[in-house]
Design a protein around this ligand. Structure first.
Ligand code: ZN
Length: 264
């Protein structure tokens, strides 16, 4: 089951850029959306100076214990969907939310070193949500130059490899971002493959790319945005890599490379 399909998207307002630590996390529900997080980083230098990247680590550690909150239906323009989902896990019990949080946490400083301002859609891995709508709103509010949602798939064990999901056209809603999102998607795909050596998914997508209009995080984004399913957590080979810290560092470096290429 591709748990991720249910969407992972939106949240509310956590003030993000410095929030990688593990403080208590307020459940994210419908809190008022705060203005975009203020930039506190030192004046940027480097190839990504002046660029804003929003990293969206899929799911959250508290989701499973709060089904009433994450199952709440939210509007994703062409339908309604759960606010958020629990995500998948490896057979050994390594959860997707922990995987996405780890990769995002490695990726963030890599981008900051290159001068980017980086905003996360959640401040830690212990909270609930945020809803996909809120996650998208964070990218929009931050006026992100690129939004990257990080996931691991939960497909049949025989399937392996990664794929990138790009937004399909919803006329009148995301006309301006479909094209740049495709460029972002192809660039990330190429960099991720080159940097990790992982193959394109053999069970979904085509050449590692897929277009969808059923994900709130993509539908609601007014900024260039993609999802990456970094591997299939239900496949033993992919799971072994995704469970390995050194390999996750490699994944993050590959994503950093792709984001840099797209933004420069
Ligand atoms: Zn997911």
């Amino acid at each position: 089951m591709r748990v991720c399909r249910a969407g992972s998207v939106v949240l509310a307002t956590l003030a993000l850029s410095t929030a990688c630590g593990g403080g208590a996390v307020p459940a994210v529900r419908e809190a008022a959306l705060p203005a975009s997080p203020s930039a506190t980083a030192s004046p940027a230098a480097g190839p990504l100076a002046g660029k804003v990247v929003v990293l969206d680590p899929g799911h959250n550690g508290g989701n499973a214990a709060h089904p009433e909150e994450i199952n709440r239906q939210v509007d994703i323009i062409n339908g309604r969907k759960a606010c958020n989902t629990t995500g998948t896990e490896t057979d050994d019990g390594y959860p997707e939310h922990a995987f996405t949080w780890d990769v995002a946490g490695r990726l963030k400083p890599m981008l900051e070193t290159m001068g980017a301002k980086v905003v996360l859609t959640r401040p830690n891995d212990k909270g609930v949500g945020p809803c996909v709508t809120e996650r998208a709103a964070i990218g929009n509010e931050a006026r992100a130059d690129a939004v990257v949602s990080i996931h691991g798939d939960g497909a049949a064990p025989s399937g392996h490899g990664f794929h990138v999901i790009m937004p399909g056209l919803l006329p009148g809603h995301n006309d301006d971002v479909v094209r740049p999102s495709r460029v972002l998607g192809r660039t990330i795909r190429d960099a991720y493959r080159a940097g990790t050596g992982l193959p394109y998914a053999n069970y979904i997508a085509k050449n590692g790319l897929e277009t969808r209009t059923d994900l709130g995080g993509l539908n609601l984004s007014k900024r260039p945005a993609i999802f990456i399913e970094c591997g299939n957590m239900r496949n033993p080979g992919d799971a072994a890599k995704m469970s390995d810290a050194a390999f996750r560092k490699r994944m993050a470096a590959a994503l950093a490379n792709g984001i840099k290429r797209y933004l420069t």
